[in-house]
Design a protein around this ligand. Sequence first.
Ligand code: GAR
Length: 221
Amino acid sequence: MMAPDITEPRIVVLASGNGTNLQTLIDATASQDFPGKIVAVGCNRPQAFALERASQAGIETFTVDHTEHDSRESFDTALRAEIDRYAPDLLVLAGFMRILTTEFVRRYHGIMINIHPSLLPRYTGLGTHQRALDAGDKVHGVSIHFVTEDLDGGPVIAQAEVMISPEESAASLAEKVRVKEHLLYPIVVRWYCEGRLKMEADRVHFDGAPLPKPLYLAEEE
Ligand code: GAR
């Protein structure tokens, strides 16, 4: 029997809903040459389909139902206890729709990344696709960033853009953005697991040097 690779980074993914980003990460990490392993998936909603996706892939799951906690602190404390059982090297937020306490964010400083459906710093928070349409933007996209205490404001690692067409709806735009999300998140998680990506002094470092601007995937013509 082969000895387990103890250096393989341990990934915990948190999700709240459908979990399509989780699925792309499950698929990517299933490949033999992926340098990391999803050891658990956590959800704040017991009915989230993300849990089903994880179970189907044989990945351990846990649920901390936010409706059973009367404060953010209590919820975050319970969530931390679950996460820490898995001693993650990387905590991946994949559509995890909870605002986290400062204490929680500090606990996972430098090892927690998030995907956000806009070209940050534009459109932090919710309703990003409609807000891009309302502003008459021609370009929209997705960002992956380290999580800091600043909501959707941590240093951006990578972005991918999509063009907004004249007949665009929020739903069609969300779909276009999701295609880029699925492309970009496994790439960034791989970089992290390969040790190429770090946050130092609240700046992204890539291959040992500070990143002057986010890595950028432009829309093909
Ligand atoms: C994704 O579009 C992700 O960018 C967004 O939630 C969706 C989850 O989809 N995240 C946020 O809005 C975080 N602020 P999924 O469950 O199918 O992966």
